[in-house]
Design a protein around this ligand. Structure first.
Ligand SMILES: Nc1ncnc2c1ncn2[C@@H]1O[C@H](COP(=O)(O)OP(=O)(O)O)[C@@H](O)[C@H]1O
Ligand SMILES: [Mg+2]
Length: 245
């Protein structure tokens, strides 16, 4: 199938009190794309992801994931979500966390163990399988959360700042893995503050004040902003928008 839009949102508006965290936002992401969501703190990235996943109900607008209008529980088995304020059980070991979520996803135990080992290799926690998650560092707990969100081989994954607190070398292997997943046809939406990460995305959306200011390939964005690196491009976009508002 050509260019299936795996994520499609139209006119999303989400209010917290009088503040519009999403202010009429439309977006679509074709299948197999690595989509980077960039934007300053408070831009609405987390709210957008939570709304797309059906965890927040928009005041206006609609979102479709994999062709289903959200919220829809049928999407769950094909959807991966790594929250920014990630949820892991501190009292359980690394492996017990994966087993617990595997059960929640309805996966067979033998399947979970194989997949868990593969993902723990990726996040470099194979030697910590039996350690209680509560005794791991923040970065390590985040890596457990990433493994959990990909355990069931989702077709579409939303990863909210998956590399915060992760060292540069491991960050790079995460991104190599994201690229490999995209090549296999998985669609990923990843939030980031880091320009070198945005550079590795097929499409980058720049969010500010609940609006998507621009979207395109990294080179499109450089051309639009007449800059030579994404750092300058993001600053230019932010300044332009501040002048207007
Ligand atoms: N549950 C909430 N209640 C009130 N305001 C919120 C809530 N969640 C987010 N906001 C506000 O919405 C805006 C967007 O937040 P967020 O989506 O977390 O941005 P980002 O992830 O880009 O940093 C911010 O102004 C934030 O303070
Ligand atoms: Mg956020």
């Amino acid at each position: 199938m050509a260019e299936e839009q795996v994520v499609r949102a139209e006119g999303l508006r989400k209010l917290f009190g009088k503040h519009a965290a999403l202010d009429g936002l439309s977006l679509s992401v074709p299948q197999g794309q690595l989509y980077g969501l960039a934007g300053p703190n408070g831009a609405g990235k987390t709210t957008l992801i939570r709304t797309l996943c059906g965890l927040l109900r928009p005041d206006e607008g609609t979102a479709y994931l994999l062709g289903w209008r959200m919220p829809n529980t049928r999407v769950r088995s094909q959807l991966g979500y790594m929250p920014q304020d990630f949820a892991v059980y501190d009292d359980l070991s690394v492996m017990q966390n994966l087993e617990f979520f595997g059960e929640l996803y309805g996966l067979r135990r033998a399947h979970v163990l194989g997949r868990a080992n593969e993902l723990l290799d990726l996040v470099q926690l194979s030697d910590r399988k039996r350690q209680r998650v509560g005794t791991l560092s923040g970065g390590m707990r985040r890596r457990v959360s990433l493994a959990i969100s990909l355990l069931h081989k989702p077709r579409l994954a939303f990863l909210d700042e998956p590399t915060a607190g992760v060292d540069p070398k491991l960050r790079r292997s995460f991104w190599d893995y994201f690229s490999a997943l995209a090549e296999q046809g998985v669609t990923l939406v990843v939030t980031t503050h880091l320009v070198d990460e945005a550079q590795r995305c097929h499409i980058v959306g720049f969010l500010m004040a609940g609006r998507l200011l621009t979207q395109g390939t990294p080179s499109d964005i450089l051309a639009q902003t007449r800059t030579t690196n994404l750092d300058d491009a993001f600053i230019a976009l932010q300044e332009r928008n501040q002048v207007r508002s």
